[in-house]
Design a binder for this molecule. Structure first.
Ligand SMILES: O=C(O)c1ccccc1N[C@@H]1O[C@H](COP(=O)(O)O)[C@@H](O)[C@H]1O
Length: 211
């Protein structure tokens, strides 16, 4: 089974096209104003129009309100929503409201953090294990931090899942081998600066997922 790959935080046509050409299964658009990757609706709409039907458009949100969600889903024609810092009850409401595949991000630093995943059974469609960012950090993700992948050893996943946090072209093959992740997600690891995606790094990352 080929490993699926999401290239997140795309903001330009050339980097979006590189992700599609390189074989990404998912592309991510960030709707969170503090992020250097945040997109306005018009820009998101233009980028979404370039995405072919076999590639899924994922919107990334941090505990969003209904107005933001509704506008983003419409503008970017989202196939899926990725929710950070969103409680299971609210996640279930968002899933019902949007009718979109719903990913719940679980921030991981210790084995105990993984237990959060179980609370999303019945509320989300997929768990995204991501590295926990430090208290007071501006962003709950997209900071290139990674967690100890061995924490996932023998963990009984309550839902389909994905791995993110600090992945890059050099470590993603080892991450897949070590964790057997069915889907990997990257943002900072394919950038030359925060929010600036690099087409060569995108191509290298996607090639490495197939190696
Ligand atoms: O990328 C962002 O700016 C972002 C903002 C708010 C929440 C999540 C965000 N990104 C997600 O974080 C993970 C890991 O990113 P990285 O590869 O470690 O930089 C990834 O799922 C992004 O979608």
């Amino acid at each position: 089974m080929p490993v699926l790959a999401k290239i997140c935080g795309l903001a330009t046509a050339d980097t979006l096209d590189a992700a599609v050409a390189g074989g990404a299964s998912h592309v991510g658009f960030v709707f969170f104003p503090p992020s250097p990757r945040h997109l306005g609706y018009d820009r998101a709409s233009g980028l979404a129009a370039r995405v072919p039907g076999h590639v899924a458009r994922v919107g990334v949100f941090v505990d969003p309100d209904d107005a933001l969600l509704d506008e983003a889903v419409r503008a970017a024609r989202l196939d899926a929503v990725q929710l950070h810092k969103t409680a299971p009850e609210r996640t279930a409401i968002i899933r019902a409201r949007t009718g979109r595949e719903t990913w719940a991000a679980v921030a991981v630093k210790t084995r105990a953090d993984l237990d959060q995943a179980r609370h999303y059974a019945g509320a989300a469609d997929r768990i995204l294990y991501d590295a926990k960012t430090p208290p007071g950090a501006a962003l709950p993700g997209g900071m290139g931090l990674r967690f100890d992948w061995t924490l996932l050893d023998n963990f009984r996943h309550p839902l389909p899942w994905a791995l993110s946090g600090g992945l890059d072209p050099a470590n993603v093959a080892e991450a897949i081998r070590r964790t057997t992740a069915p889907l990997v997600d990257v943002s900072s690891g394919v950038e030359s600066a925060p929010g600036v995606k690099d087409v060569d790094k995108i191509a290298a990352f996607l090639k490495a997922t197939r190696s």
